[in-house]
Design a protein around this ligand. Structure first.
Ligand SMILES: NC(=O)c1ccc[n+]([C@@H]2O[C@H](COP(=O)([O-])OP(=O)(O)OC[C@H]3O[C@@H](n4cnc5c(N)ncnc54)[C@H](OP(=O)(O)O)[C@@H]3O)[C@@H](O)[C@H]2O)c1
Length: 303
């Protein structure tokens, strides 16, 4: 059992809620640091876990959260709204008594964190936060880098409901990691430290599936008939821009990477090393996409 005193920033999140739950189950004393402490958290319902107000973009709230909880170990997200890649927040956490950090980063960092181009939007943002982590906490900062979330399948929800999913590369292969598994690994590291003092822990899902196979799995489980239509990259960029209101450069990055035009995730440099890490840290097999879908089929149904 852990005797650590830990704090989880973002415990309402898909990953953060399970991070808090697993640290609690491992015996750690947990505090939930929240922008709105009255917000319900279904995964933590009825558990006697104290809450404190804190906002990672407002460093003045952090010192009180750490002092009142007495926490020495923290989990955090790279949240929108910080202009300095979390540097001020990390400095404040350290000067308030935090000794180790578990940061939710991203497998999209494929190279040296210092060598990622600004136009590689998502890996750049995560790499900059990892640089802040390294500069402030050194080897006491652990970056957890999960690959492609199963929840990203929800981006195809409207297509599923309309009977046609439009994709630039339906054969792109991804790993569909379930956020709860990411949370369980983060919770284990928060409560007990990383295995062998690893500074980066890469994580991938239970099995590789193409986007087309994922649509087929959704059709089977939800009981709908959906056509997959291959579209040109330019059409996909237009679709993303009109749906999400992104800049053209970001939409193009998104289509290339998140919609898999350039993607077979198993070819990523860290893939082999990442396979098995969920088991290594949690002693449990990773949840498969089909199992996640079975639990979440309602998300793809008309409400
Ligand atoms: N999608 C992928 O394929 C993928 C792959 C690799 C890594 N990731 C990483 O995973 C993250 C998403 O994880 P998720 O699905 O668990 O996210 P999520 O469910 O959206 O949760 C985000 C959490 O951050 C909290 N938060 C936001 N702004 C905050 C602030 N200023 N101060 C304190 N807390 C704040 C939110 O709290 P509130 O309740 O206050 O909003 C919420 O608890 C991405 O941002 C990325 O970094 C994603």
């Amino acid at each position: 059992m852990s005797s650590r005193n830990v704090i989880v920033f973002g415990p309402t999140g898909a990953v953060g809620s399970i991070t808090a739950l697993s640290a609690h189950q491992a015996g750690a004393r947990v505090t939930l640091a929240m922008r709105d402490p009255s917000k319900p958290i279904p995964a933590l319902q009825n558990l006697p876990i104290p809450r404190v107000h804190a906002d990672l973009t407002k460093p003045s709230t952090l010192a009180y959260a750490i002092q009142s909880s007495g926490a020495r170990h923290a989990f955090l997200y790279i949240v929108p709204g910080t202009t300095d890649s979390l540097k001020t927040a990390l400095i404040t956490l350290k000067s308030s008594g935090i000794q180790t950090i578990v940061l939710l980063s991203s497998f999209s960092i494929e190279n040296d964190i210092h060598a990622i181009s600004r136009t590689d939007f998502v890996p750049y943002r995560h790499a900059q936060a990892e640089i802040s982590l390294m500069n402030v906490f050194g080897t006491n900062g652990i970056a957890v880098r999960p690959a492609y979330f199963a929840t990203n399948a929800l981006q195809m929800r409207n297509g599923v409901l309309s009977g046609e999913v439009r994709l630039p590369n339906p054969d792109a292969v991804l790993d569909w990691i379930v956020p709860a598994d990411v949370g369980r690994v983060c919770g284990c590291i928060l409560a007990r430290g990383s295995i062998g003092h690893e500074r980066v822990v890469s994580l991938v899902g239970a099995q590789l599936m193409s986007l087309r196979q994922v649509v087929e799995a959704i059709c089977f489980v939800v009981g709908v008939d959906v056509k997959v239509r291959r579209i040109r990259v330019e059409e996909a960029v237009d679709d993303v821009r009109s749906m999400a209101g992104l800049t053209e450069a970001f939409a193009r990055w998104y289509v290339d990477n998140m919609m898999g035009v350039r993607r077979d995730i198993s070819l990523a440099p860290a893939y082999k090393e990442a396979v098995g890490n969920i088991w290594r840290y949690t002693g449990r097999k990773p949840i498969t996409f089909q199992e996640w879908l079975g639990e979440n089929r309602k998300l793809f149904e008309i409400v």
